[in-house]
Design a protein around this ligand. Structure first.
Ligand code: SF4
Length: 252
């Protein structure tokens, strides 16, 4: 996890570029629309232009606040975090588009996940293990395993063929809930049923980005899976990194 911490700065810089580009487009739109609005709807022109420029100013202010949240122990309130997450969620497609243009889409997704992790860790939140849900993807399970673990994780016989057995052991020792989901819909349903205070999620870049955004403002820490056999097939996870992440959030 620590190896990735520095990556979040990449997201911060790209978010700055995305904010600047969006603000510039809004400014240009305002300037282009101004003559027409003043000619055809003079009564509403001031209001409409004010709206465009205010939105532009709000984007810039939110980006400045993002820097404060990144480096200072301020603005930890739940409502502010909600606004911040909404801003990040709206901004991320623009950041991702930049990543695609630069051929760094995956690196940017990783940087975004690390950035969200960083925002979480800055808040120094700690929870009892029984209120933290560990969610893992189905592809961590050995593809030849005959046991159905998505309905009940206790069906795992801990045979050692895949990391699920070790994770079952780890979570049992800590006394925390652990579930395996086949997709985003089931993952959301599990979160709804268990109602944890925080979630630690293991997944690939795409699923983590959408999952972390969906669950917000609930605190989520994301851990990328390893894919030595290609995507979605007999994947793995760094168990030492997982242990560290759990220790960080339990605070023991
Ligand atoms: S560790 Fe559990 S889930 Fe993995 S192959 Fe063995 S029984 Fe199946």
């Amino acid at each position: 996890m620590n190896a990735h911490i520095g990556q979040f700065r990449l997201f911060l810089y790209m978010a700055g570029t995305a904010t600047a580009c969006t603000a510039a487009v809004l400014f240009l739109c305002g300037k282009l629309l101004q003559p027409g609005l003043e000619l055809y709807v003079p009564q509403a022109a001031g209001f409409l232009l004010g709206g465009i420029y205010s939105f532009m100013a709000i984007l810039i202010v939110l980006y400045v606040l993002l820097w404060f949240c990144t480096y200072a122990d301020t603005f930890k309130g739940r409502r502010f975090q909600f606004v911040l997450r909404a801003y990040l969620r709206a901004l991320f497609p623009v950041v991702k588009l930049q990543g695609q243009m630069l051929g760094k889409r995956e690196a940017l997704c990783q940087a975004y996940i690390q950035f969200l992790n960083h925002l979480f860790l800055r808040r120094h939140l700690r929870y009892p293990p029984e209120r933290i849900l560990l969610l893992a993807p189905h592809c961590l399970q050995w593809d030849q395993c005959p046991h159905k673990i998505t309905r009940n994780i206790a069906n795992c016989h801990q045979c050692g063929h895949c990391p699920i057995g070790a994770i079952v052991d780890m979570t049992r020792q800590l006394g925390m809930p652990f579930a395996v989901a086949t997709g985003g819909t089931l993952a959301r349903q599990i979160v709804k049923d268990i109602r944890p205070k925080a979630v630690v999620a293991i997944a690939c870049e795409r699923d983590l980005v959408s999952g972390m955004q969906d669950i917000a403002p609930m605190p989520v820490l994301g851990l990328l899976n390893e894919r030595p056999n290609g995507p979605c097939f007999n994947t793995s996870v760094d168990l030492t990194a997982l242990q560290k992440v759990l220790q960080l959030i339990i605070g023991d």
